[in-house]
Design a protein around this ligand. Structure first.
Ligand SMILES: [Mn+2]
Length: 332
């Protein structure tokens, strides 16, 4: 760690221009670790630019402390600027970075900080720290820069602490995922001594819904029906429901999170009407490989959580899925 820290500091000190980027559809680790790194660099006297796609990042507005962050939207058409140093965070595969790859290709030096297993099409960088035992890239940044963070004034310390804590909230799902270990709680305690308020961050990150969104969620939950001996849960939302509540379904955290953990279920399917006669499906199961079902309809994801889009009436699509799930359960 000391060696790589030294090498990173040499690159930072030599750089007049620095870019930071992360994977496509940035999450609370990718984006908040980028914000934390930008502030750390700022405290070291170095400016930087965070490059994102045109994603809705308003969910992270609670981190804003009045010091402007430098976040720009990258478009494929624009001429990619060439930086002395480019960081890529929370990602180690070219498959997950899309067109922003050119920022790395054009940079004089590159550094990768990540905690995923290296699988397909790995990104080549001058320096890389890919350590799957860290809970988040935020935790890696803390390990690298804790001395620098501790020596800042309380305003910057709290900002960086808030960003790093949010990376842990995201990647442990508020300490509910299996990656929650003692190191996670030690880091949470260290960040708390910097002056952050965990209860506030939890509220801002996980409970920050509008009343309209909650009404929409409630109406969706009211459609719950059980099939297959109460082992399969179906629920749906319609365009009419999203319009009445002034909600963009894309901007709502996936409603399946509200039924995860319901007793006695083998599978959950949420049907969300995207346009008339077209439904986006979210499939969840701890028992079945729902990815196999989603793939049949041109979708995909993971074995326990997958999705697809199907054209047809709600009744037709439900009947199809019920048939698929019945077959999958029979094979178990
Ligand atoms: Mn992560």
């Amino acid at each position: 760690m000391t060696q790589i820290k030294h090498a990173i500091m040499n690159l930072v000190n030599a750089a007049d221009s620095i870019a930071i980027t992360t994977h496509l559809n940035p999450d609370g680790d990718g984006y908040c670790s980028a914000l934390a790194l930008q502030r750390i660099l700022h405290c070291l006297g170095k400016g930087s630019v965070i490059w994102m796609d045109n994603d809705d990042l308003s969910r992270y507005a609670f981190l804003d402390d009045g010091v402007p962050s430098e976040v720009r939207i990258f478009t494929e058409q624009q001429l990619a600027p060439s930086y002395d140093l480019a960081f890529v965070l929370d990602c180690n595969s070219y498959d997950r970075i899309g067109a922003r790859r050119i920022l790395l290709d054009n940079a004089k030096s590159t550094v990768m900080l990540d905690h995923h297993m290296v699988e397909h099409n790995p990104i080549e960088t001058d320096l890389s720290l890919v350590e799957p035992h860290y809970v988040s890239v935020g935790a890696i940044l803390h390990e690298l820069f804790k001395a620098e963070i501790a020596s800042q004034d309380s305003h910057d310390k709290i900002y960086i602490g808030n960003c790093l804590y949010t990376t842990m909230l995201n990647d442990t799902n508020n300490y509910a995922n299996a990656n929650t270990d003692a190191a996670v709680f030690y880091l949470a305690a260290e960040l708390t001594t910097l002056g952050i308020k965990p209860y506030q961050l939890y509220k801002e990150f996980f409970l920050n819904h509008s009343a309209d969104e909650m009404r929409y969620v409630g109406q969706t939950l009211a459609t719950i029906e059980l099939h297959q001996d109460r082992k399969v849960l179906f629920m749906h939302s319609t365009l009419k429901m999203s319009q009445e509540n002034g909600i963009d379904p894309e901007s709502v955290m996936n409603i399946t999170r509200w039924v995860q953990g319901v007793r006695g279920l083998d599978a959950i399917v949420y049907f969300c009407e995207e346009e008339p006669g077209r439904f986006k499906l979210s499939l969840r199961s701890i028992k079945l490989d729902v990815n196999k079902i989603a793939v049949q309809y041109g979708g995909g994801g993971h074995t326990k959580a997958s999705g697809c889009t199907i054209d047809g009436s709600l009744a037709e699509i439900k009947a199809k899925l019920l048939q698929d799930l019945r077959a999958a359960l029979a094979n178990k």
